[in-house]
Ligand binder design. Structure first.
Ligand code: ADP
Ligand code: MG
Length: 165
């Protein structure tokens, strides 16, 4: 497992990182996005979806739980923050989206990791100032599983999309 830590200074830089990440994502990939409310998880997803060539407007799925976007890949965007039970996540029927081939982008993924495939990219976003006056974010990309190991070199090229932490 490799891990890489980047820093962005603005929401635009976080979207640019997401767009760069989109270039190395494939069908059925699982990306777990962890971080406090307001850290920038949905902002990163906006960049990923745009980078996949979709013009869809990405909003937080907090109240709808799941949203679907279509670009180069079909994307299932899930926010499990408000789900009380693991069963609720299973009931979403993630495997039916995109005929089972969707790229899964899951906010607050730690809560569901036990029912997801063991291969995933874990993205952890950290805010330096919880009061919100500092736009800097630390973004850690950690790979888990062989399919990600093979893409480690590509992940490292993403460092160009953000400044080293
Ligand atoms: P989350 O999905 O983690 O709750 P959002 O992406 O919805 O967070 O919100 C992040 C908020 O922080 C947005 O209002 C965004 O504009 C702002 N922001 C400020 N700086 C950054 C940054 N460097 N990266 C991402 N978002 C940032
Ligand atoms: Mg969000």
């Amino acid at each position: 497992m490799g891990s890489l830590t980047l820093r962005t200074q603005t929401p635009e830089q976080t979207r640019a990182l997401g767009a760069a990440l989109a270039g190395i994502l494939r069908e059925r990939d699982v990306v777990l996005l962890t971080g406090e409310l307001g850290a920038g998880k949905t902002t990163l997803v906006q960049g990923i979806v745009a980078g996949l060539g979709s013009a869809d407007h990405v909003q937080s799925p907090t109240f709808t739980l799941i949203r679907e976007y279509t670009g180069r890949l079909v994307v299932a965007h899930v926010d499990v923050y408000r789900l009380a039970r693991i069963q609720d996540v299973v009931d979403l029927g993630l495997e039916e989206i995109g005929e089972g081939n969707a790229l899964l982008l899951i906010e607050w993924g730690d809560a569901v990791q036990d029912i997801l495939p063991p291969e995933r990219l874990r993205v952890t976003i950290t805010t330096f100032d919880p009061a919100g006056s500092d736009d800097a974010r630390q973004i850690e990309l950690a790979t888990e599983g062989p399919s990600w190991e093979a893409r480690w070199g590509l992940i490292c090229t993403l460092a160009n999309a953000g400044s080293p932490a």
